[in-house]
Design a protein around this ligand. Structure first.
Ligand code: G4P
Length: 528
């Protein structure tokens, strides 16, 4: 039965698009985000996001990072309204802030925008983030940036998407020239020209045309570029993939847009097409089956905890992705893991610059909850019933350290700290199984070590020393009969906190050899 509440939820869900931008540092994510926010009128001054970013770059010193937490949290989620849509952009920090949080944040997105520098093509961090999205099967939209600079040819770039990432593509628009000759894009979907005027005002002119052979295209592009455009588009029409929306939904085909974020060029075409094609908040799997976003009962899960927002109060913010129902300030919900009702009294929502108290929110939205230490990553909140959302994946670390506790008498506090910080997802911990018990910490970003060391000292009073271990890869081992001696040859065999076997390798060669020598074993990049 449809109730007024369900109708309200349906309307709100259909309006929403929640996505993350994935890219390698310097591809232009900050610039693109800023332009998108400008379209939504969420920020008045260009340069706001930029200013925040340059702060963040000033230093990697932990105290500085901590000070900046107050700033960067506002950027963890940015929300704006555009043409009747409510858009939530999830920030996926790069640079020295890159961590497992970055991966986990992707689980809260319903789609991803992959931003690529036209000269550099697919870079390492993009590849890693792409793989996480690809495993979830979410739609991925590609924006090829910096077309105002000399870069690779559009066909080369599409080929690279297929070769490196294994995804086929459908160009939604096509550049007319590039670098200094770049004069616009032809929008294949809306059959129109978007013209790049360059100059100080960076004006954009949109003209409807009858097709790419329209005389207006020739007039604007000139004989040479016109011929090139026609040849390219003919080839695409004949040999390219069709725009199969089902494949887009399953993440098997990526719609590609060419543009230049700094010049605000191609951004609007991108936004309009993206909002048309990107999915609204999707159903989620849980212990009681699939949870539809249209359900009346409120549910959500914590995907990120930001600690030390204010060191004096040790406050933390738990970021909750709403999965179903309607959120209302002050409502009581069940914290399923601890089996108690809690009141969501001062939830926050994040606009481009400010944190605001939020009164209502719907599926797809992210709210920040003050956390007096009651939340863990992956915790589910639900109104009525014990809904537990699928556990968040644990990703393979790439940097490793051994730990010594400076004061042996602090062993107990150290253990408590390790337990809590692993639960929060700050680091992963492994234990060696040979001889004496040793701890090895694993992370995907250096910052996680700094955070761990700092919090151990400030919150648990334990001074530690970290010693870099030379491993580069971790793989969870799934084998019916694990014989630890077999895995000692090329790797160190350890156990994770759930007692799963994990093999640590120093290099790719060692990993490959182990895979070859153990054909019955599975070596997983994500914990089973
Ligand atoms: P990020 O967040 O992905 O790390 O990238 P960011 O937006 O900071 O952009 C990285 C650099 O690329 C910046 O230059 C930015 O101005 C430039 N950029 C972004 N989009 C475009 C584009 O469409 N065309 C060109 N030519 N450049 C672009 P910077 O020199 O590092 O910083 P700034 O001095 O310009 O602020």
């Amino acid at each position: 039965m449809t109730t007024p509440l369900i109708e309200e939820i349906q309307t709100e869900v259909h309006k929403r698009r929640t996505f993350a931008i994935i890219s390698h540092p310097d591809a232009g994510k900050t610039t693109l985000t800023e332009k998108l926010l400008l379209f939504g009128g969420a920020i008045r001054l260009a340069g706001t996001v930029k200013a925040r970013k340059s702060n963040k770059h000033a230093t990697s010193d932990w105290m500085e990072i901590e000070k900046q937490r107050g700033i960067s949290v506002t950027s963890s989620v940015m929300q704006f309204d555009y043409e009747g849509n409510r858009v939530n952009i999830l920030d996926t920090p790069g640079h020295q802030d890159f961590s497992e949080d970055t991966f986990r944040t992707l689980t809260a997105a319903d789609s991803a925008v992959m931003l690529i520098d036209s000269a550099k093509g697919v870079e390492t961090q993009t590849k890693k983030l792409f793989q996480v999205c690809s495993k979830r099967g979410i739609p991925i939209f590609t924006f090829i940036n910096k077309m105002d600079r000399e870069g690779q040819s559009p066909f080369e770039l599409l080929e690279e998407l297929e070769q490196v990432l294994g995804i086929r593509s459908y160009p939604m628009n096509w550049p007319i020239g590039s670098g200094k000759q770049f004069c616009g894009v032809y929008d294949r979907q809306h059959v129109q020209l978007e013209l790049f005027q360059g100059g100080e005002h960076r004006e954009i002119q949109v003209s409807k045309v009858s097709g790419y052979r329209d005389p207006l295209v020739k007039e604007i592009a000139g004989e040479f570029l016109f011929k090139q455009l026609c040849d390219d588009l003919e080839l695409l029409d004949v040999a390219g993939d069709p725009l199969d929306l089902e494949k887009v939904r399953r993440g098997e085909l990526t719609p590609v847009f060419f543009g230049s974020a700094i010049n605000n060029f191609g951004v609007q075409t991108f936004l309009d097409n993206f909002l048309e094609l990107a999915p609204y908040p999707e159903p989620r799997n849980s212990s009681v089956g699939v949870i539809s976003p249209f359900g009346e009962k409120f549910t959500g899960y914590v995907f990120k905890i930001q600690a030390n927002m204010n060191p004096a109060h040790r406050d933390r913010i738990a970021f909750l992705r709403i999965c179903s129902g309607k959120f209302e300030r002050g409502m009581s919900v069940k914290h399923v893991r601890i089996g108690k009702d809690i009141k969501l009294a001062q939830p926050q929502q994040f606009l481009a610059q400010d944190r605001d108290i939020v009164d209502t929110a719907y599926p797809g939205d992210i709210i920040g909850l003050f956390d007096p230490g009651i939340f863990r990553i992956g915790d589910s909140l639900s109104q009525g019933g014990d809904v537990v959302f699928d556990e968040l994946p644990t990703f393979s670390p790439e940097l490793f350290c051994k730990v010594t506790v400076k004061n042996a008498l602090k062993q107990k506090q150290y253990q408590k700290g390790v337990d809590q910080l692993t639960e929060e997802g700050t680091i992963q911990v492994f234990r060696t199984i040979s001889g004496f018990d040793e701890t090895i910490l694993g992370v995907v970003g250096q910052l996680q070590f700094e955070v761990f060391e700092h919090r151990m000292k400030s919150e648990y009073g334990v001074e530690i020393q970290l010693h870099r271990a030379n491993y580069a890869f971790a793989r969870w081992l799934v084998d019916d009969k694990i014989d630890p001696s077999k895995f000692r040859i090329n790797s160190t065999l350890v156990k994770d906190k759930k007692d799963n076997y994990v093999a640590l390798f120093e290099n790719e060669y060692a990993l490959r050899t182990a895979v070859e020598k153990n054909p019955t074993a599975k070596f997983l990049e994500i914990a089973p």
